[in-house]
Design a protein around this ligand. Structure first.
Ligand code: ATP
Length: 489
């Protein structure tokens, strides 16, 4: 049995609820994620990242940013404001159609997304190899989405197919209603509608409205991309599953502008690149990642795939890859009256570029990384919990553990820690048995522990213990930085 099979067995023995319970509690106890404003009873679906969580989130964002802007000469970044001229959201279609179809269960008083209930039902039919039924419901669903009254059509499918609530098994449904997800607030002293602004529900529009600013200032030529990491806000009705669905979250989005006709090729290239980012750069288990092709497309898209992750509570989206056509730029041209065309300097051709978008949720990915890393095993006859983070994203890269606090050993350890801290986030721990100290580091996913012992004083070497296997090797203290750098590359 390989090491990764072993982890899976350990996780498979735990029920989904139990894994989530353990993760939420570890996240709080060790400073990854806290409930927001907890001393006041918290706020539904809002969370704070603690000392380790914020460090790790930053690592994830840096990896994404570098994989976009450093790795591609033709991708540059921006940081647009959260509040924008409200006409942006009329042009983008969010005011009129950023709605979710909601359905309530009268018995349990729980609320669900009607479209999700139907999609999950189709998926279930496929899994049960009832292909014909899946196709039949899929066709109804497609027609329902395009019908004049999708709410009624969704309701009819849910009732006809006897779809039950996934968590309670109840099916005492109300009718389906639309609910707009944008948060509104008032700017300035006026409380009337003239002061209404929205908290952006996606970061993408900040990129579209800056298309010419970025192109001109950075002298970009199509094809080129604009990347952005930032907060987005959605008044989600269905909440839950820890940080999976929040009302305030961070997106990592990149819009890639291409010549009309070139979008299919760009789409396939980005699909491949984004999937391998998760496996190769973040070290996520390949078997926990899945493709999902959208049958029902958003108003702006002509092709869309999701990358989904096997969370303990189900297979769910972590990133969407969308072929957004020229919809957004064309809409902004119409609503702003400004020309959004691109002129190809070489050929003189004029066109509104098509857009391929990669849109990842930082918080969902963070949760996927926690779920993927969580491992229980036995080391030296002792049960331990280990977060098997890729060293690249681990919040603490190494721990310095002196066997004795005082004297030459303590002094050497303090100096050693100081030198490593210049380049890496390092923890220093001198309290408790060495076994306990290893367990503390395993639980937060620290890849390497350097132990300073008697031999260190004699020959200047330390033991370097690798988290996953608990195996140790002796290395020269002066080479520890180099050693760590190589392991993190
Ligand atoms: P869902 O169908 O789960 O609501 P979506 O298809 O609306 O997601 P997109 O609009 O494609 O999501 O947003 C891109 C990414 O932003 C998603 O893949 C997800 O990772 C993240 N995201 C969207 N909504 C939320 C949320 N409420 N909380 C956390 N992350 C989110």
């Amino acid at each position: 049995m390989s090491a990764s099979d072993h982890d899976r067995v350990r996780q498979a023995n735990l029920s989904p609820d139990k894994i989530m319970h353990k993760l939420v509690s570890l996240a709080k106890r060790r400073g990854f994620v806290f409930p927001s404003s907890e001393i006041y009873g918290g706020l539904s679906s809002c969370f704070d990242y603690g000392p380790l969580g914020s460090e790790m989130k930053k690592n994830v964002k840096d990896l994404w940013w570098n994989s976009m802007t450093r790795k591609h000469d033709n991708i540059v970044g921006i940081d647009a404001s959260i509040m924008m001229n409200p006409t942006v959201w009329e042009a983008s279609g969010h005011v009129s159609s950023f709605n979710d179809p909601m359905i309530d269960d009268k018995t349990t008083k729980r609320r669900y997304r009607a479209d999700h209930l139907i999609e999950n039902h189709i998926e279930k039919l496929r899994k049960e190899k009832r292909e014909e039924d899946a196709r039949r419901v899929g066709t109804y669903y497609e027609r329902a989405s395009e019908s004049e009254d999708p709410n009624k059509a969704f309701y009819d499918i849910i009732v006809a197919e006897e779809i039950k609530a996934p968590d309670t098994g109840s099916a005492d449904w109300t009718e389906v209603r639309q609910f707009n997800l944008m948060f509104q607030c008032n700017m300035g002293a006026l409380a009337d509608s003239s002061g209404i602004v929205y908290l952006r529900p996606e970061t993408a529009q900040g990129i579209f409205v800056n298309f010419h600013n970025v192109r001109e200032s950075s002298r970009m030529r199509v094809p080129f991309g604009i990347a952005q990491i930032g907060k987005a806000f959605r008044n989600e009705i269905v909440k839950g599953n820890f940080i999976f669905r929040m009302v305030e979250f961070e997106q990592m989005e990149m819009q890639y502008f291409v010549k009309p006709g070139d979008q299919q090729e760009a789409f396939e290239a980005w699909r491949e690149e984004r999937f391998s980012w998760y496996t190769d750069r973040l070290g996520i288990d390949r078997e926990k990642l899945h493709w999902y092709r959208h049958d029902k497309l958003a108003h702006y898209a002509d092709l869309a795939y999701d990358i989904k992750f096997s969370f303990p509570f189900g297979v769910e989206e972590i990133e969407g890859i969308h072929s957004r056509t020229d919809f957004d730029l064309r809409q902004h041209q119409e609503f702003s009256g400004k020309n959004m065309e691109y002129i190809d300097q070489a050929t003189g051709e004029r066109y509104i570029p098509y857009v391929v978008e990669t849109s990842a949720g930082c918080d969902r990915l963070f949760l996927a990384l926690l779920c993927d890393a969580y491992t229980e095993d036995v080391v030296d006859g002792e049960e331990r919990v280990m977060m098997k983070f890729s060293p690249k994203i681990a919040p603490v890269k190494a721990a310095v553990l002196p066997l004795m606090k005082k004297g030459e050993m303590g002094e050497k350890a303090a100096r050693f820690r100081e030198s490593l801290s210049e380049s890496f986030p390092v923890q220093y721990d001198e309290s408790g048995s060495i076994g306990k100290r290893y367990r503390r580091q395993d639980e937060i996913g620290t890849p390497y522990c350097f132990t300073i012992d008697h031999q260190t004083i004699e020959d200047g070497t330390v033991t370097a213990r690798w988290r996953d296997t608990a195996t140790q090797e002796r290395i020269d203290m002066t080479k520890a930085g180099e050693f760590l750098g190589a392991k993190l590359a």
